[in-house]
Design a protein around this ligand. Structure first.
Ligand code: FPP
Length: 224
């Protein structure tokens, strides 16, 4: 049994959470970003080694322009605000996804956040940014030179997640039961947990309950 699972979260429900409170969707994203902080600190505290969060998908560009701009600004604010949290808690920051399409200023901020936390080895927190699993796989295929000798292990080295272990637990909040183009290769044997809680309301005790259930599972990886 893996005692420190790699947890991936689809943080869904910000918009509906805000709408239920008669607020703008962007208010929900703001609260969602605050919850990232709580969940991250908690994961660090309980010894989780990898936490990968779906923050911006390749499909999110089709949202209204103002919402996209807000999400990018929120990411910028988050990185500036939380850098110390990462350093103080010995958390390495990393990303998956193609960030080359982001504004240069944001790309630089992402780069410096990675550099400043590169030495941290208590935990790795990955943000999926302009990430889509199909896009990741296509980009990996484009990098392949020797297609004849490819196998699963070699192919995985061309994915954005090349330095990360596969996902053990995939969590989706917000009540929908879908995977939404997230880490399709890496969740092959993940245990999947769905929660009806909207992301801004998702608590660390709900997470703890899921981890307890995960640890009770006997994972056979398709074998006996
Ligand atoms: C889904 O809510 C959420 C996203 C679009 C991505 C997650 C973004 C955040 C948690 C905030 C930013 C995070 C960081 C790290 C700065 P939704 O809008 O799809 O909600 P809905 O399904 O209720 O409409």
């Amino acid at each position: 049994m893996n005692n420190t699972p790699h947890i991936a979260i689809i943080m869904d429900g910000n918009g509906r959470w805000a709408k239920n409170k008669q607020k703008q969707r962007t208010f929900g994203h703001q609260k969602g970003a605050q919850n990232v902080r709580f969940v991250l600190k908690h994961c660090r505290k309980i010894g989780i080694k990898y936490l990968t969060l779906y923050a911006f998908s390749t499909e999110n560009w089709t949202r209204p322009k103002l919402e996209v701009e807000f999400l990018l600004k929120l990411l910028e604010k988050y990185l500036k605000q939380e850098l110390n949290l990462y350093i103080q808690n010995n958390i390495k920051f990393d990303t998956i996804g193609d960030i080359s399409i982001f504004p240069k200023k944001l790309q630089n901020l992402i780069k410096t956040t990675k550099e400043k936390t590169y030495h941290c080895d208590g935990m790795t927190q990955v943000l999926a940014l302009n990430y889509g699993a199909k896009d990741e796989i296509i980009r990996a295929i484009k990098k392949l030179k020797d297609k004849q000798n490819i196998n699963e292990k070699i192919f995985a080295k061309f994915l954005d997640t090349k330095d990360l272990p596969d996902i053990d637990m995939l969590i989706r909040t917000g009540g929908e039961h879908r995977v939404s183009n997230f880490l399709l290769w890496q969740i092959s044997y993940a245990e999947i947990f769905f929660s009806d809680t909207m992301w801004p309301d998702f608590t660390t005790s709900e997470l703890d309950d899921m981890i307890t259930k995960f640890k009770e599972k006997h994972r056979r990886y398709g074998g006996d």
